[in-house]
Design a protein around this ligand. Structure first.
Ligand code: PLP
Length: 529
């Protein structure tokens, strides 16, 4: 493909995407294919000779589209929204076109700097605790006196040992450290990672290193492996499975604690478990709380948990993969009460802020805790500005990094914060419209609170009934939802997902659900009689 053909085909591709998105609703939501459907449709081996673009595009319709689940379809109500918008798509396109790999500041300064600025913009849009955010002239000036006082304090508590250890290591790794150790409150920051799972893994690895380091300072005879074998992370039964997975990778125990009647992890439950574990000689090191669980968008009690984490010197991570985006609207900020206790926080603009996958924001209160856990520094990656610049390769698992911040920049500027707020508020309003329809039909019940864009409901009666209803709905290809289990109750999750979802969509979805419920209940009664 030469320059001229690229121009032509590029324009055609934009038309193809625009047509696809405009007419998605004419397709089935879910495909009707079986596993292995694609292999017989494609040649066994890659072609030796070049093929025409027209042939390749013809195969998109013939072979690929039949196997696509249409996440942007107005009847797609599964999981959480898959963010998408024209400015974001174009931002992705530019990122692909530039073809850069931004692992360090020197590898592409704009890539690093725009990322830092976008994390700062979004952090402020969400009114996150200032400790997560980097430099702010007003705050920094105000705090500098206090920090001088802090430097004079001497203490031997475990938490102080951790702070000193981090700062001493930092001076080797990064020139920012000297400033940071003098102003201990100015060491927050954010980074873009590929997924919430990655954010939680990275938080766990940082917390693990921090705890092992502090334990070894208190007891130098202890080996890292001995400490590792005793570490415990706590989360709730409704936390996303990626917390359990992070535990598998990091080789630490993960306790999945019971939630209360509001599906919330409470301090008392956590406290009792920590006490029991300490009595067994185990070492609690991390709590991963959730702001908006995947199962039912419930909220752990961050305030109660945070207080315990402070007292017990545990890293407190908060996962707001979906619900975090709602924080751009003032009226939803009550859900983050207690977030000021957190050591780290993640949210996915690629879920609910109109940004295409992948794009997860991850903020930490102490960036050096991350850097301590992730840094290696071979000669070929070093550069002369390392003392002054941010090198995001030290902030995560991957070395090579995409220019993700471009799509954030395009999207935030195109919509404005107001436009993004409108989008979030519409989804929340529509969830309430749908919930009202469900509540008006006495055969159904709503489980949990409807605070944002998710409604969890079920047919009254046994779990089997709702299971049958969901199977029937998904098999129809008319609508797509997924189930969850909360405190042994089977629920059907209805997420408002489509970018331009409207009232009609809620009514169409509800009517479809009602029709299938009629059939399921008739069959159920026939079987019983
Ligand atoms: N945490 C929560 C609350 C989620 O809802 C999800 C996914 O839906 C995840 C984590 C995992 O997200 P990711 O696919 O970005 O790893």
């Amino acid at each position: 493909m030469d320059d001229e053909e690229f121009r032509r085909r590029g324009k055609e591709m934009i038309d193809y995407i625009a047509d696809y998105l405009k007419h998605t609703s004419e397709r089935r939501v879910t495909p009707e294919v079986e596993p292995g459907y694609l292999r017989p449709m494609l040649p066994k081996n890659a072609p030796e000779k070049s093929e025409t673009w027209d042939n390749i595009m013809a195969d998109v319709e013939r072979a690929i589209m039949p196997g696509i689940t249409h996440w942007q379809h107005p009847r797609f109500h599964a999981y959480f929204p898959a963010g998408n918008s024209y400015p974001s798509i174009l931002g992705e396109m530019l990122s692909a076109g530039l073809g850069i790999v931004g692992f360090s500041w020197a590898a592409s300064p704009a890539c690093t700097e725009l990322e830092t600025i976008m994390l700062d913009w979004i952090g402020r849009m969400m009114a996150l605790p200032v400790d997560f955010l980097p430099f702010d002239p007003v705050r920094d000036n105000r705090d500098s006196d206090d920090d001088d006082d802090d430097d004079e304090e001497e203490s031997c508590s475990e938490s102080d040992v951790e702070i000193k250890e981090n700062n001493s290591h930092d001076s080797v790794m990064n020139g920012e450290t000297h400033r940071a150790s003098k102003r201990s409150r100015h060491i927050g920051g954010g980074v873009l990672l590929g997924s919430a799972s990655e954010c939680i893994l990275v938080a766990m690895l940082a917390a693990r290193t921090k705890k092992i380091t502090s334990k070894r300072l208190v007891d130098p005879l202890m080996e890292d492996g001995q400490i590792l074998a005793r570490l415990v992370c706590y989360t709730s039964k409704l936390a996303h499975s990626c917390v359990e997975k992070a535990g598998l990778i990091a080789m630490v125990r993960v306790r999945q604690l019971a939630v209360d009647e509001h599906f919330s992890l409470r301090g008392k439950t956590l406290e009792e478990c920590i006490r029991a574990d300490k009595e067994k000689g185990l070492i609690p090191f991390l709590v991963s709380g959730t702001l908006g669980t995947t199962s039912c968008c419930s909220y752990d009690n961050l305030e109660e948990i945070g207080e315990i984490c402070r007292r017990e010197t545990l890293w407190f991570h908060v996962d707001g993969a979906y619900a975090g985006s709602a924080l751009i609207c003032e009226e939803y900020r009550y859900i983050m009460k207690g977030l000021h206790y957190a050591d780290s926080f993640n949210t996915n603009p690629n879920k609910w802020l109109l940004i295409n996958f992948d794009c997860s924001c991850f903020w930490v209160r102490d960036k050096f805790a991350l850097i301590n856990a992730m840094s290696v520094d071979p000669l070929y990656l070093q550069h002369k500005h390392a003392q002054k610049a941010v090198d995001y390769r030290h902030w995560g698992v991957a070395l090579s990094r995409r220019f993700r911040s471009l799509k954030l920049w395009f999207t935030i500027r195109s919509y404005g914060i107001d436009g993004l707020r409108y989008y979030i508020r519409e989804h929340c309003r529509l969830a309430k419209v749908f919930a009202l329809l469900i509540s008006a039909d006495s055969r159904f019940e709503i489980i949990g609170d409807v605070t944002l864009g998710l409604v969890c409901f079920r047919l009254k009666g046994s779990n089997k009934l709702s299971q049958k209803l969901l199977l029937s709905l998904n098999d129809s290809g008319l609508i797509h939802m997924v189930p969850s289990m909360v405190n042994d109750i089977y629920i059907i999750r209805f997420a408002v997902c489509a970018k331009y979802a409207n009232d009609d969509d809620m009514h169409i979805a509800f009517n479809t659900i009602q029709e299938h419920a009629d059939d399921v209940l008739v069959e159920y009664r026939a079987q019983r009689s």
